[in-house]
Write a protein that binds this ligand. Sequence first.
Ligand SMILES: [Zn+2]
Length: 1065
Amino acid sequence: MHPLCFKPVVIAVRFSTNQAYSQYAQGDIQNGPPPMDHSMAQPPVCQPYSHGAMNLSGPHPSYPQQYGVQPSMQQMTNQMSGMQVGSGPLTSAGPGYAPPPSSEPPISAAYSAAAPPSYTQAPHPVSGAPSQPPPPSEPAAPQPYYDGPPPSQQPPFPSSSLDNSPSHLAPSPAQQTFPNSAPPPVSQALYSGPLPPPDLALSHLPCIPCPVPCRPAPSQPGPPHFHSGPLPNAPCHPLYVPAAGQPPFPLAPCSSAFGQPRGPQPGYAGPQYPGQQNYGAVPAPTPAPTQKRLDPDSIPSPIQVIEDDRANKSSEPFTTGVKGQTPPLVTTNFQVKDQGNASPRFVRCTAYNIPCTADMAKQSQVPLAAVIKPLAMLPPDETRPYMVDHGEAGPIRCNRCKAYMCPYMQFIEGGRRFQCGFCSCVTDVPPHYFQHLDHTGKRVDCCDRPELSLGSYEFVATVDYCKNNKLPQPPSFIFFIDVSYNAVKSGMVNIVCQELKTLLDYLPRENPEADSVVRVGFVTYNKVLHFYNVKSSLAQPQMMVVSDVSDMFLPLLDGFLVNVNDSRMVIESLLDQIPEMFADTRETETVFGPVIQAGLEALKAADCAGKLFLFHSSLPIAEAPGKLKNREDKKLVGTDKEKSLFQPQSGFYSNLSKECVAQGCCVDLFLFPNQYVDVATLGVVPVSTGGSVYKYTYFQAEMDRERFLNDLRRDVQKPMGFDAVMRVRTSTGIRATDFFGSFFMSNTTDVELAGLDCDKTVTVEFRHDDKLSEDTGALMQCAVLYTSCSGQRRLRVHNMAVNCCSQLADLYRNCETDTIINFFSKYAYRSLLNTPTKTVRDTLVNQCAQILACYRKNCASPSSAGQLILPECMKLLPVYLNCVLKSDVLQPGADVSVDDRAYLRQLLSCMDVSESHVFFYPRLLPLVKLDGGSLPMAVRNSEERLSKGGVYLLETGLYLFLWVGANAQQELLSNIFGTPTFSQIDPNMTSLPELDNPFSQRLREIIDSFRSQRSRYMKLMVVKQEDKAELIFKHFLCEDKSASGGASYVDFLCHMHKEIRQLLS
Ligand SMILES: [Zn+2]
């Protein structure tokens, strides 16, 4: 036995169904090894131990003050403090932590022998497709691709492998990997105003109220600001044509229009929205004739933009070979072919043609950022990144900036040296990597090597890239189950234990044929921690209680982290017994800090990275490190002190995060709160370690089980890397200056992620530090070093090249609004930590107004100041920005709790563009004619688009709502709910009945497919028109004025126009 294991109290417990929880902490403690022969399955027997004050299976002593600290407990704590010897972590030398002999990933062994001779052409990897397809569910398992020959000295990690040397060098001459001749995407002019000269980038909007009459169109009869014919070179967008009889623009002054409730809008019965009419919608009243308003149908429609992109871009694959090409929208289904730049599934940029100078960038105010999802899962029809193995030599890198070999390296001197596309430094080609060049100067093996021809690939990392120059162990998963009163009472403990029995068979693995090498451990806790020995040789699990939580230590080494298959019987027995053991608990207090500390100590002792799964119910008020107090104060909302609500209570968890990251200890937190739990503080460690927080407020087993279990299953199984470090390198002239996401940074360049799963994104902002060249463009290389779930050290590399421009118009033609919104929302949500909310909101509005004003001033053709002119690819910026401003985080309604806001704030920080898009602008589908494989076209998020006779599905990314109109057709109701009567629909149902009709089947298919596209399971809620719950639903109709005071889209557009005009005047 390890010396440190001696003093901690070791307890063997007889688990019995009638055992009173509050007793064992005292009664069953003994020093020395646990008696192995005490089977937990034995009938309850009195267990007289040396301290035997208590009887395990005896009657529960009655404590009138059931929730207070029992005196005996306190004595015990003191006693144990005295007993503990030293507080240092257990060393990894302890028994039981040798790596399992079978832990080597099978893949690396299978391919390691095929080293080709130096100076010859490498094997043909890309066409070696037969060996390529790994299991579809595991994108992090690319095939080894090429085993390189002999070792050479490589710089050790981390001191230099990620070192970014100064890169202020002259741009490399003609680093032309991609043809620069492709035409820029042509923007459409949607609505043409008073016939300005041709401007491809223009999207003219109807004039917004202005005191000055607008200049009439010289060649156009009719309303001065509307033009129904196409501009030269620019087809007119039908949506922008005013409806017949509608005034072209509102006459009310801006000031009164902003904030004014929207009147119902009749004429929205265009052919593209059949759902509006099918169920006998009652025509809405016409707006007051005195107040002529902006026609909602004449302002940019998200639905139209989404549908246009879908129609134009989903048929052809998106190939990444053309530099600076804006990808299809996240809402479009498209296939990607990697031809030298990273797929948009891995990297999306705010702009694909960036200003050459800092001045230009500053003038435009367009953020330069990339949203990177390094381990994104790809659809089955796309090729996952290939794996390149250069053997012991490791990846080829630039001598100076350490960029990895990629398509932007140019080979010179007959192939003996290469010039770096990032820093221009010339590096010798190692002999084993030499290859001849063809007549164009390209290596003849270019197409056969992923690192020379593709945007994304992986390298097998050598020992130099490992912590302490030691190959890593496979990771471990440790499950911590809160067994306090609330956790048991809600049914959570029972559900978790039942589910884990199955789930342990689905631990991540790279080879579906082999067992997972991830080891598991189990702990339960309330104000003390119970560790379990589940060693395979035991007949029954053994419990060890640590009640001195002030200085957490691990009471056992051998038997804590085990292989599931070896210990299956013992684990199943444990999971069966936990709910029974704590069924009658009266303990309401919990600790939190010591729980994470225990997991950290366990991973340290095992010398591995891993993930902690915490199932936690309440504010940790028990006396312990990291103890919290209830500081929820709604009076602070809206004040300058509001920011304190988002800040952690103390520095304890930030410090703990640092230790966790150093160990590669990722923390996932599943919260089941019935009241304030201080998510802002409890989330600090998960958010800093690449983990996730899930929150199930007022968890009820029958209502929430499905959502929780699906989240848990996905979370346990999802492909992920451990102990990761990400570095973004850029070509001379720009550099990465700011980062957003779930990670930790101890310097200004390395993003450290204890865990990085397939759903997490890191958003990176770039700034100029020199002038860029239109000839060379700008390059970015994101390299993520991580340990795979099989324990292999790898490097995933994503490359991205964008164009550079000296004309602002080129910038405004190549922006991606969804990505800009992703960046702005992350920026704003983070600013809340230090800035009053109102300032954050004002800053956002101001920056967007500047973006649009700069466009108007420098790119748009001259036209009346009364006209709002938006760049085509940013015409949705106002509507989406308004959604960000109205979000619960930035403008909460009275019913939104402080915890909810903290939770959403953290959640957004690592969302990809697809998730942030639906989060801010939910998808609203009219459920009509669900035939065929296609979806009905969505409608805009406004109440006026809803028909009383219809049923609608709303997807927010976190929830699904099924809204049922009060006059919904009987046939429709029968098809969906099995009853033709509105009043008989049960609004509490969480899943739809499985009816045997095509409509029901198709609807359930749609719901399933929506759920499968999101990283979190969306709970379904049925909302009947005019029910109370409709308020929640209406909250997501984000084009309308919101209950919390958020402006309607129309009003906000007027407001933005006013802001822009002020900037221009
Ligand atoms: Zn370089």
